[in-house]
Design a protein around this ligand. Structure first.
Ligand code: HSE
Length: 399
């Protein structure tokens, strides 16, 4: 029997216990041994909960118990998760986590500590919730040179943008409704400003490069400035607007960015709606592949954590390779990246815009008082200079 402990009995932690219990037969068969949740670490008590007798408040009880071989860290945040994870790994206990913040901040160090101690630090649930994406990148696509990853990695913002598209509603109204329904946090900043997606693309980019992409180096723009009028223009172009997290290697240069983008309705990511997530991966031999599913939620995320537990159970005392070195990747600033831009200016600036931007494609969506157009391909730097000269209402990057 393999003894498991769960750190944090919140949404995901309680989901982990539920998945292990509900799918006991399948999981034990696949793990090759019976798994048992011996402890649940939480500051709170859970009177009446079927697992209340497993709840402990002192982490030392778990760290000092040699029977515990696998830990599920579902606490979130850096403190005290970082310290607890490090100590568990140093004690030779594998850790499976859903904590994207910790993985994005200390991933390579924790992987190294795990390997030095013949155990594993696995993080399938940290990106895309229940969608298998870490394992495909680590094990399935090993024959590929992966040169681009594009993802819809945040369910909250995808829900908001999908609603804005369908109902012609404004950002603030949809956010309020999403908060009332519990789809968006009361403090939605991490989601709507793109910080959550930024940490997730940092993790995927690091696995793509095999080196460390620091999330603080990734240009990040959220969806708070997207309006219902932008969707009117998107529709006129047979496009939609998605918050894309992107990572690309081109001629030895690495680019990473989180930003709202206009994408064609024929792009597979345009069909990813509501709280769903998807990751689009391009490999030099395979071409495109896409991974789609529920990017958040109790049971989907818990399922991914438990899949890591099964992997650890199958590899007790053995290291599962993960290519993510501490060496830092130097990202190329996005001002050097080239693309087309969708631009809105007030009607009186139409002539100036045409003269400054040169060859532009007009977008007619019957919006009064405005002139809208799509530029030629140009660098961000060149675009910013021209936009400043003209004085624009807004711009959205074209994918
Ligand atoms: N707040 C996140 C989202 C939860 O909306 O996708 C999963 O990381």
């Amino acid at each position: 029997m393999i003894q498991v402990a769960v750190f944090g009995y919140g949404t995901v932690g309680s989901g982990v216990v539920e998945v292990i219990e509900k799918n006991k037969a399948e999981i034990n068969k696949k793990a090759g041994e019976e798994l048992n949740v011996k402890y649940i670490l939480d500051l709170r008590d859970f009177p009446g909960d079927p697992y209340e007798d497993k709840v402990v408040h002192d982490v030392e009880t778990i760290l000092n118990d040699p029977e515990v071989q696998i830990i599920c860290e579902t606490m979130g945040g850096l403190k005290p998760a970082y310290d607890y994870t490090k100590r568990a790994l140093l004690a030779g206990k594998s850790v499976c986590t859903s904590n994207k913040e910790l993985v994005a901040t200390h991933g390579p160090e924790l992987i190294q500590i795990a390997h030095d101690n013949q155990c594993n630090y696995l993080f399938e649930a940290s990106v895309g919730g229940g969608i298998p994406i870490i394992r495909p990148l680590n094990y399935s696509l090993t024959a590929e040179k992966i040169d681009a990853i594009t993802g819809i990695l945040n369910g909250t913002t995808n829900y908001i943008l999908s609603k804005m598209e369908k109902e012609g509603a404004d950002f603030a109204d949809v956010l309020k409704e999403a908060q009332e329904k519990g789809y968006a946090e009361r403090n939605p900043e991490a989601d709507v400003e793109g910080y959550d997606a930024c940490r997730k693309i940092a993790i995927l980019s690091s696995l793509m490069c095999g080196k460390n992409v620091n999330y603080e180096d990734i240009y990040t723009e959220g969806i708070t400035k997207i309006t219902s009028t932008d969707f009117v223009y998107a529709k006129a172009m047979n496009k939609t607007i998605k918050l894309l997290a992107q990572s690309k290697e081109e001629d030895g240069k690495f680019y990473a960015m989180v930003s709202p983008c206009m994408i064609g309705m024929d792009h597979p990511l345009s069909m990813v709606n509501d709280v769903f997530n998807a990751v689009f991966v391009h490999g030099n031999m395979l071409g495109d592949s896409m991974y789609y599913g529920r990017g958040a939620g109790k049971l989907p995320t818990a399922s991914a954590v438990v899949s890591d537990v099964v992997d650890c159970a199958r590899h007790i005392g053995k290291v599962i390779m993960c290519f993510w070195d501490a060496e830092k990747v130097s990202l190329t600033g996005i001002e050097q990246a080239s693309r087309k831009f969708f631009v809105r200016v007030s009607a009186d600036k139409a002539q100036a815009a045409k003269e400054t931007f040169g060859n532009v494609e007009t977008v007619d969506a019957n919006v009064t008082g405005e002139f809208a157009f799509v530029t030629d391909v140009m660098t961000e730097k060149e675009f910013n200079e021209k936009a400043e000269k003209v004085g624009i209402i807004s711009r959205i990057r074209m994918e």
